[in-house]
Each structure stands twice: as structure tokens, then as C-alpha cells.
Write a protein that binds this ligand. Structure first.
Ligand code: GLA
Ligand code: GLA
Length: 684
């Protein structure tokens, strides 16, 4: 795999990872096993086609056995065995697991929860990114590790810590409070600006000095949304600064080794604004786990994979972790059906991953993740999981020429904004159980059903080249974004804005004068009041073409100020009022959706918009056959992933060879199968 650095400070710098195809492997935790198992592991890795493993993620306590006492001997043996078997090493800095001796000597390094309870020993992460003591110990460990393995031919990639923020997301302790005060002071300079931004006149929360500012510890009622939003931003920055500190140290010692850390782009948002992390890593790496109880989990996977590619600005990325079968943290943990792991893996590749890795190589028999699947399960290599792992390794080799090909630029873009996610969750809204995530995910799924090439991007990305830009739940927006969307539409683009977009400004204050304040002019509408529905309640809207669609959860009283109605509510209290609108903006259009459409109606509505925007689907296929395209220098590669239990007919409009089977494509994809179709680049 060739990595062209995504990091803004060494953009375009090239690194070559071993192997000329897709990286394949997983987290390897040999310290859980005896040395004779290490040899068996290496042989089985070769059998499965594994060419890379991630080593040392939780090894701090085994590498620094006492304060300042280091032992690399066992890891040297492991790295040697792997190298002898042609397996490259993604070496983790082990800072995700501070050792017992450190936590006991310095309990102040641990995060404190909002009630004042400190995190105890016994888990992982848990440390405060604001602790100078932790930082000192962490960097000493990182430096020792980097100096020890600098120049080792097996060392391919640095993996900084693990899922930073996952188990140390919010910290309310003394170090964090001091750092938060400094962050707030640096942002606002004078306390009056802070009072004005947060609106501290409410409930008389006026600060007369920055020293009075505290993290949002337990209070008996809601905290100020402006404070919560800034605490999210501060937390993201603190975590990111820790990553950068480790990264910069690694770069001074091994400048030729790329550095990354594993993101967690899945389901909703989180404590990290990954748009701000994407430019700090040499290559974007993501962990993704499907939720077994979600019948449409493959759609969530597709959305998350497209979001990950968006963070990478379209460059190939690394799937650092997913699961071979079940996880152990969802209450009921479904095993994957035969073929599901392969579909999951290839769906990530279809959306730009050039590496398919798992947590973890061998399923643990001890420790807290005993019942989390591994590539080698408890049952051993003679098992369904290992057979599928081995088959997948062979499939990845057969399709290896897709490596480096970029996913074709989208015809449609769905905007995703972490700042909006934080702001959305910072306050008590008219309907608190409306999910931030569901609207963009549902729209992405509807576009996928129509086989539209779709990107999921940050609002700051360039909108040129898209035929349709969807702005879903983009709760926080500034005038600059509104102006860019207006210019985009004015030059012939088509914009769809949904409910709960453009409501607050970057401080979290509602933009007054009628919703959605940021986008009123673009849309030619003005929303007077929200009308959330109770759970289970529905309404109908009727479109100008006579279709009747069902809506739930959320409706609004919309007034036309230049726009026309595309659909109207049929019943009181909103009878006759517009539910969906359309506005002409220069050469383009801007549409507003004021209610949650049911999935069928959303498919129909997006179908209309896709047609109006003149978008051609990537292929003709049933809705539940996922189609994407990667474009190489000489060929296009169309991925067709059949999520149906019956064979599907897929028309791609060109002669193609299926790289998975090696045969000419006859237009049929078997139930549950994946075709990777190599087609000559089609002339538009
Ligand atoms: C109570 C409080 C008010 C306000 C309302 C909101 O009545 O006294 O300050 O918070 O609830 O419903
Ligand atoms: C995360 C962690 C792994 C493991 C998996 C389990 O992705 O990074 O160490 O705990 O979850 O699903």
C-alpha cells in the first residue's frame, strides 16, 4: 500500500507499506499467549494471507515493568518471528494501557467523572490528556519504544495509542479544569466576550474572572449549552494534542515511518471532531463495528465508511479494526452469518479502504474480551470463522489491483458536521429523542438505494462537482456556510436542507427571526414554530404530483417567502401548510424538508431529487445491492454487494470481469455474494 500523507504538515509525502496489495491482518496480542503459540500464529497468519499485524496496543505494563525499567526482549522475539514470516508490523505506542505501578504511584493521572469520582485502575485508557505527569511518562515510553525499533525492517506504521477518547473522553478533574480555563481564556481573551458568547445572563451565570470557569460537573439541572459546546471543543483539542505530542516525538526518531491513530467513525458522533484529526495523520485509520440488532447494519457501515473517506479527503484509508464475528459489548452479541464478514470487509474496500484488519487475531481465553471474536476463534483454525478469514485473504489477493484506486468523486454529497452534533446534544430541544445520526444516515441509505455515488463530507469541503448537496441536521451553521451553499446553488447546484439545520450560530445561540435562521434566505422560507409528534404518531403529506407520504416524529409550520410547496400537510394543526418546499436560486434549486419521511417516502423523494439533478446511477440493480466505484489509472472497479437472500441482476453497461471469480461477468450476483467488476473506463 502506498500512503500519500494526509497530514497537513507533510501533505503528499509518500510512504510504501509492505506488499503490493491490500493490507490484511489484525491486532495481535502475543502477551496473552506462550511462545509456542507465537510460532503457530505466524504459520496460521501465512495460511490466511495476513501481511500485517498491529502489535503492542496494550503492552506498556510488559514493556516498562517498573518505573524506568524496560524489557523489549519478548517483543523483539515476536517481531523477529513475524518478520521471518513476511508479516509487517504496525507498532502501537502502548499508551492506551497505563501500567499498574504508574496508576498506583500517580493516581492523579486518571480522569475524574462529572460527579468527582476518579477512574480506578483495572480498565484501559482512563488517563487524562491534561495530566502533565501522564504526558511525561507516556512520552518517555514512546521514545524508548521508537528508539528501540527505529530502522527495524518489520516496522511499517505507527499506531498511536488506541481509540483516543474512547475511555477517557470527558475529564472533570483538577488538571482538566485548569486546562479548560486556559483554553477558554485563550479563545475569548476577556471575560465579557465569554459572558456574551455563552449568554451567561441566563440564570445569572455571569463570570467576573476566568478563574470561576469550571468543567460542567454535576449540577441539579441543565448546563449552559454554550459552555457544553466549548467543553466538547476543548475535550477534542486536549485529546488531539496528546496524539500530536506522541506523533511529533515519533517523527523526530523515525521520520520515514508514517503515523496514524485509529478513529471510531460509526453510528453517531463522539468526543472527537475527526475533521480536525484527519489532517494530523499520515493515513486515516478507522475502527468499525456493526450493531447486530440493526437489521440494516450494512447501511450504517456504508455510511460510516463514506464518512471515513470524507475525513481522508477521498484518499485510501485503513480499516484498522472490525470483528470477524460477534463482539462482547452489545448485551446480546450476534455472530455474523456466513458471508457477512466478507461482505463487511469488501464494503469497506468498496468505499476506499486499502487495508482490512480485525480486532483481534486470536480470540482471548483470558481477560475482559474473552467472548469477542477473533480471526482464530476459541474453536481453533478448524472453524467457520477461520475458514472465512482464509477465504477472504485469498479474495483480497485476487482483487489487489484495486489498491490505490480512489473511490470516484460523488455525484451527491451529504454534509456531516461534528460541531453540529455537539451543539445538537448540548441543549434540551423540542424533541430530545430525535437522533442526530438518523437523518443523514437515512438520506445516505436512500441515495445508496438509487445507486448514486455519494460522499459524506465536512461542510468545509469544496462543493464544486456535486450535483446534489444534502444538509441534514446541520444544526449549527455560520453565515459563511450559508453563503457557500447559496453560491453553489446559484451556479446550478441542487441543495436539500432538512429540519434542525441552521438553527444556532457557532456559539450555540439560536439565530432569531424564524428558523432555520442560517438558511432562510437560501430556502425562501420561514419556520414559525416546531411541531414535534409523539412517539408512534404519524401525519400524512401530499405532494404536488399527488403522492401521499407518511411522516413521523417531527413537523413544522413553514411559511413560504419566495419558495413553492412541493408537498403539504393534510391535517390539523398544519393542514394545508407546506411540508416540503423548493426555491429557485440562480441556475439551481434549494429544497427544504420539514418532517421525518418514512423510509419508503424518503426513497421516493430522493429519487425525484436525483432525477432533477440529472444524476446517473452507477448501475441498474435492486435497492439492496450496494454499488460503488473505485477508479484506477486505467480501469474502473465496480463493487456489487448483494445483501439479498436471492440472486440479483446487475447491469453495468459495459463488459466486465469479476475479479473475485476471475470470470467474465454475466450480470448476476449470487445471494449474499460480492462481485468486484473490472471495467474499461467508460466514456461519458
Ligand atoms: C419552572 C421554573 C422556570 C422554568 C420553567 C420551565 O417553572 O420555575 O424557571 O424553568 O420551570 O418550564
Ligand atoms: C475497540 C478496541 C479494541 C477492542 C474492540 C472490541 O475497537 O480498540 O481494543 O476492545 O473495541 O470491539
Amino acid at each position: 500500500m502506498i500512503i500519500r500523507s494526509a497530514a497537513s504538515d507533510r501533505l503528499g509525502q509518500t510512504f510504501t507499506l509492505p506488499g503490493d496489495g491490500i493490507l490484511y491482518g489484525g491486532d495481535y496480542n502475543p502477551e496473552q499467549w506462550s511462545p509456542d503459540v507465537w510460532l503457530e500464529d505466524a504459520a496460521l497468519m501465512q495460511q490466511a494471507g495476513v501481511n500485517v499485524v498491529t502489535l503492542g496496543v496494550f503492552s506498556w505494563g510488559r514493556l516498562e515493568v517498573a518505573d524506568g525499567v524496560f524489557d523489549f526482549e519478548w517483543m523483539d522475539r515476536v517481531v523477529g518471528i513475524l518478520h521471518d514470516h513476511g508479516i509487517a508490523v504496525t507498532l502501537a505506542t502502548p499508551t492506551a494501557a497505563p501500567p499498574m505501578w504508574l496508576i498506583n504511584a500517580h493516581p492523579e493521572i486518571m480522569t475524574v467523572d462529572a460527579s468527582g469520582v476518579p477512574t480506578s485502575q483495572g480498565g484501559r485508557l482512563g488517563w487524562s490528556p491534561c495530566s502533565p505527569v501522564f504526558r511525561r511518562y507516556a512520552l518517555r515510553m514512546v521514545e524508548k519504544l521508537a528508539r528501540h525499533y527505529a530502522g527495524h525492517p518489520a516496522l511499517a506504521l505507527w499506531h498511536v495509542s488506541n481509540e483516543i477518547g474512547n475511555e477517557n473522553g470527558y475529564d472533570y478533574g483538577a488538571d482538566a479544569a485548569a486546562a479548560f480555563r486556559a483554553w477558554v481564556e485563550a479563545k475569548y481573551t476577556d471575560v465579557e466576550s465569554l459572558n456574551s458568547a455563552w449568554g451567561t445572563g441566563f440564570w445569572g451565570h455571569t463570570f467576573s474572572s476566568f478563574s470561576q470557569v469550571n468543567p460542567p460537573r454535576v449540577a441539579r439541572t441543565a448546563h449552559n449549552p454554550g459552555l457544553l459546546l466549548d467543553f466538547d471543543r476543548f475535550t477534542n483539542d486536549a485529546l488531539l494534542q496528546h496524539y500530536i505530542a506522541e506523533r511529533d516525538l515519533l517523527r523526530t526518531i523515525t521520520p520515514d515511518v508514517p503515523v496514524t491513530t485509529n478513529f471510531m467513525v460509526m453510528r453517531g458522533g463522539g468526543v472527537q471532531d475527526y475533521a480536525s484529526w484527519g489532517d494530523e495523520v499520515d493515513v486515516v485509520a478507522n475502527d468499525h463495528y456493526t450493531i447486530g440488532s440493526n437489521g440494516l447494519r450494512h447501511e450504517e457501515l456504508s455510511f460510516s465508511a463514506d464518512r471515513t473517506r470524507g475525513i481522508a479527503h477521498g484518499a485510501p484509508w485503513i480499516l484498522m479494526e472490525h470483528s470477524a464475528s460477534s463482539v462482547n459489548w452489545q448485551g446480546r452479541n450476534a455472530s455474523k452469518a456466513p458471508g457477512e464478514m466478507t461482505r463487511n470487509s469488501l464494503a469497506h474496500v468498496a468505499r476506499g479502504a486499502d487495508a482490512v484488519c480485525f480486532f483481534q487475531w486470536r480470540q482471548s481465553i483470558v481477560g475482559a474480551e474473552q467472548y469477542h471474536s477473533g480471526m482464530v476463534p476459541h474453536a481453533g483454525p478448524d472453524s467457520k470463522v477461520f475458514r472465512e478469514v482464509t477465504e477472504l485473504g485469498a479474495t483480497l489477493r485476487r482483487i489487489s489491483e484495486v489498491t490505490g484506486a480512489r473511490v470516484s468523486h460523488g455525484d451527491a454529497a451529504v454534509l456531516w458536521d461534528q460541531q453540529s452534533y455537539w451543539a445538537f446534544h448540548s441543549t434540551r430541544k423540542p424533541a430530545d429523542d430525535i437522533s442526530f445520526h438518523e437523518t443523514p444516515a437515512a438520506i445516505h441509505a436512500a441515495l445508496s438505494h438509487h445507486h448514486v455515488a455519494t460522499d459524506v463530507i465536512s461542510p468545509s469541503e469544496d462543493l464544486a462537482g456535486y450535483h446534489l448537496v444534502v444538509v441534514p441536521n446541520l444544526y449549527l451553521a455560520d453565515a459563511e456556510l450559508a453563503a457557500r451553499l447559496t453560491a453553489y446553488a446559484g451556479s446550478g447546484g441542487h441543495v436539500l436542507v432538512t429540519y434542525l439545520s441552521g438553527i444556532v450560530d457557532p456559539s450555540g445561540a439560536v439565530i432569531p427571526g424564524g428558523y432555520p435562521g442560517a438558511f432562510r434566505d437560501l430556502l425562501g422560507i420561514r419556520v414559525d414554530e416546531f411541531y414535534p409528534l409523539f412517539v408512534g404518531e404519524t401525519r400524512t403529506v401530499v405532494t404536488t404530483s399527488g403522492a401521499t407520504w407518511t411522516v413521523s416524529d417531527w413537523t413544522e409550520s413553514v411559511e413560504l417567502v419566495g419558495a413553492t410547496a412541493s408537498a403539504s400537510y393534510t391535517a390539523a394543526p398544519l393542514a394545508g401548510e407546506p411540508a416540503i418546499t423548493q426555491n429557485s436560486v440562480g441556475a439551481g434549486t434549494a429544497h427544504y424538508l420539514s418532517a421525518v419521511l418514512d423510509p419508503e417516502a424518503l426513497d421516493s423523494y430522493l429519487g425525484e431529487l436525483v432525477e432533477m439533478a440529472g444524476i446517473r446511477p452507477l448501475a441498474s440493480a435492486p435497492a439492496q445491492v450496494e454499488i460503488t466505484q473505485r477508479s484506477g489509472a486505467r480501469h474502473d472497479y465496480l463493487f456489487a454487494i448483494n445483501h439479498l437472500e436471492v440472486e440479483a441482476v446487475v447491469e453495468v453497461g459495459a463488459a466486465a470481469v469479476d475479479l473475485v471469480t476471475g470470470a467474465a461477468f454475466d450480470g448476476r450476483v449470487a445471494a449474499g455474494a460480492v462481485a468486484v467488476l473490472k471495467v474499461e473506463q467508460r466514456i461519458e
